[in-house]
Design a protein around this ligand. Structure first.
Ligand code: G3P
Ligand code: MG
Length: 246
């Protein structure tokens, strides 16, 4: 049994890393774009800098999505803040910064966007990232927004989030879905699963449905995939292109 009641406020379309088909991932500019494209929720990735500040960032290193280089876990916030996280995407987004979690939450509040806070620990930092991201979320999340969904591929990070802020809604992210997925749901008191469109089978979708566990699917950019998944009972999709599902 999970401890969280099934929620009914999750939209069918969630912007992935903001709306990364149209704007640089994990930036406030991406949140604005998602809102413009009709999203009411976005997903974003949360990682710790070397000085343990939560920022929005996906990869262990800075190279792909900023003009910096090296590991986030070895870079202090002050250095991260000097980076350009937009030019890699397009010159239209030159000098867009890497947001802190605090800034991101303020932007969500201003835009009226709900959020899936993905805990994305840098390699080796699972537990501390789970704890600090959960603590900051519990502290900062505005009452004017729907309660967030905390998710992670890292079971250790989710365990720490559960300890630090048990009241926050949790979902387990899977790539390969293990046969004992339900045991993990129960242990982590997770209310939903987030699974890959590349791995989800119709049989597994039926298992989730029969167990009464909402399943949400990443990253779905093809409307025909979305139609099949909704037919299987999928609750929501994460997409880079919210406009394709208007
Ligand atoms: O949370 C859904 C999705 O974002 C998980 O994969 O690698 O894009 O963070 P990734
Ligand atoms: Mg993510």
């Amino acid at each position: 049994m999970t401890s969280t009641a099934r929620r009914t406020d999750i939209p069918r379309i969630i912007g992935h890393r903001g709306a990364v088909g149209h704007a640089p991932e994990n930036t406030v500019a991406g949140f604005r774009k998602a809102k413009e494209l009709g999203c009411s929720w976005v997903e974003f990735d949360c990682m710790l800098t070397r000085d343990e500040v939560v920022i929005l960032h996906h990869d262990d290193d800075l190279d792909r999505t900023t003009n910096g280089t090296g590991l986030v876990s070895e870079t202090n916030l002050a250095a991260v803040r000097r980076l350009d996280a937009g030019s890699w995407f397009s010159s239209d987004f030159a000098k867009v910064p890497v947001p802190t979690f605090d800034e991101a939450v303020s932007a969500l509040a201003q835009l009226g966007l709900g959020g899936n806070v993905e805990i994305k620990p840098a390699t080796g930092y699972d537990r501390i990232t789970g704890r600090i991201v959960a603590e900051r979320t519990a502290e900062l999340w505005p009452a004017t927004l729907p309660p967030p969904v905390m998710s992670s591929f890292s079971l250790a990070a989710l365990e720490e989030a559960q300890k630090a802020a048990p009241q926050l809604d949790r979902a387990i992210l899977w790539w390969e879905i293990p046969d004992d997925w339900q045991a993990h749901q129960d242990r982590l008191e997770a209310s939903a699963v987030h699974v890959s469109v590349k791995k989800l089978t119709e049989a597994r979708a039926a298992e989730f449905r029969n167990a009464g566990i909402p399943f949400r699917v990443y990253t779905v950019n093809d409307p025909s995939d979305a139609a099949r998944l909704f037919d299987w009972g999928c609750e929501a999709i994460f997409t880079d292109y919210p406009d394709r599902f208007a």
